[in-house]
Design a protein around this ligand. Structure first.
Ligand SMILES: [Cu+2]
Length: 119
């Protein structure tokens, strides 16, 4: 392979890789933030991505790994931001994990954790 052809092939591969990366929705922020400490139970779980995503699963676990029921009525919406009400939680440590689907069809996962202490 001559040098010019070699360069063109490498450039084409690089451009394809760059295109697939730019199509991917990027995580921007979550609330509660990882490690956040509350003295009152947080009212909402909120996430924001750079592009439209569909939340397909959201799990809330306490420190004993008990699953806490969440409303799933908003899980079907496609949006850059998702806001889900949380139940009033007792003092303790919690983990939230989610699975979502980007408009490019890629599944992505995310997680955060927080705690609630006495006032
Ligand atoms: Cu993607």
């Amino acid at each position: 392979m001559n040098k010019v052809l070699n360069f063109l092939v490498v450039t084409a591969i690089f451009m394809m890789a760059a295109t697939s990366v730019s199509a991917h929705p990027l995580f921007q922020r979550v609330s509660p933030e990882a490690g956040e400490v509350f003295t009152v139970s947080p009212e909402y779980f909120a996430i924001q991505y750079s592009k439209t995503v569909r939340l397909v699963k959201l799990n809330l676990l306490d420190q004993l790994n008990n699953k806490i029921d969440l409303p799933d009525t908003l899980l079907r919406n496609e949006s850059k931001q998702h806001l889900i009400s949380l139940p009033t939680l007792p003092v303790g440590a919690y983990r939230l994990t989610w699975i979502l689907m980007g408009s490019d069809g890629h599944k992505m996962t995310g997680k955060t954790h927080f705690s609630i202490t006495e006032k």
